[in-house]
Design a protein around this ligand. Sequence first.
Ligand SMILES: [Zn+2]
Length: 536
Amino acid sequence: MVFEVKSTDLLGRVGKLKTKNGVLETPTLLPVVNPRKLEIKPKEIFEEFKYKAIMTNAYLFKKYFEKEVLKKGIHGFLNFPNVIMTDSGAYQLLRYGKVEVEPIEILDFQEKIGSDIGVILDIPTGFQVSRNHAEWTVKETLERAKKAVEYFGKQGKSMLLTGPLQGGTYFDLLEFSAKKMSELPFDVYALGSPTKIMEQYLFDILVKMMLIVKKNLPPDKPLHLFGAGHPFMFSFAVALGFDLFDSASYALYAKDGRYITETGTTKLENLEYFPCNCPVCKSLTPQDLKEKEKHEKEVLLMKHNLYVCKVEVERIKQSIVEGRLWELLELRARSHPALFQAFKVLSKYSKILMKNTPVYKFRGMFIFDEISLYRPEILTHKTKIVENYEKPEKAEILLLLPQPSSKPFHKSSQYKKVKKFLEEAGINMEKIHVCFYSIPFGIIPVELDEVYPLSQFEDAKPYNQKMVEEMVKNIVDYVKSKNYKKIFLHPDFSLMDKRKIKQLKREIGFKETTKNRDPWSLDSLEDLSKILRLEG
Ligand SMILES: [Zn+2]
């Protein structure tokens, strides 16, 4: 196996990618290194910044340094001991319309200079192009991919081979590309030409593209994102199943005098304080840095930017291991409205994230608002309770109790009081099935309330209407999937107002147990036991 997965959360994974130059832990960011402008030495990127892989452009090497790099090999030339991924000139093709190299020639060249991960010379679709053009890029890339795989198979390759997917924002073409390319034995797949989309902050479109790609590729293969931009979107790329991403933004922003933080960028000239403790920010004040001469300032900014990007990747990995990637997305989504918009798109497709999200985590969940309700853990519970769960055999009567104030619910003093009341009234508890209606999980059968994560969450009250509606929807789905002879609802007007209760009554039909405002008062509980004794 070339790629091995260690931990997963959402579609994100911590994995190991075997290359001829050692094992690369993913997700990983590959800083883009331009062989013509080595402002920070690749060796420093490895030793000082601890990046285990870099991305560079084989086409530029061929054009400007062919003899030297063939002699020294790319690792020797760049003096970088670890994994080097090379692009093939597709970016130049997109920018300048042509490259002076043949597809097989550049593939051969990448292998000869010792690249660890190579890319075929694809045709990037680009952004805002005609459908005809997009179709052509998909077909031509596919033809080139077939030839590359066939040629490489015969040569006995040592380099991992990447197959880029094209189609751009034509989602059906992108899907076609993903399906066809996945029939070819590439080691790595990549989403092509998203740069413009990211530059324009069209993250919602990007999320859709990523979902299409992920859905149609073999799950055991690593996935690369070309030209990932700002670190505030790395967690989104990882959550959607991307394992590798290259980025030149550390350098591009630095050239523009921009200082990267995990939530955005700031012009250096506007900074009075450094919100960072990297070696650059520790040793200088913003004023010191502003006063440096242009080139030195740029290099120092690049260094800070590299540190920030690295920390973000580590944070993402830790979030996967802890099962908190969703919470990191919630946090990052608030960095920019465009990211929040993307997060809303992602939450709509959250069912896709269910499969790889562990059913057990070491830590409880944090619920902030209705967006948190789209967490895969919650959708998993709601789906299971409707589709797979069977109620206790003898239970004919459903008693819907509001969520008590402490967890697990069945151990709360409020539930204990209910139980005592009903037992003292001589009610046959075998016939009665208690389910709690609650936010965020909707319906929680009493016997399950200790199963993870039904008691392991913290939430923010008061709940908003959308959250209440989601709960009501789950109650309806649940009741309709089971056959109880009678249903009683013990109302809690702080959780569901009279109008909502009326609406729910129309949909599933139940008897209210009390008119009392406090569901746990003695009067309420007396009403409850009375009605169950009479009608239960
Ligand atoms: Zn810093």
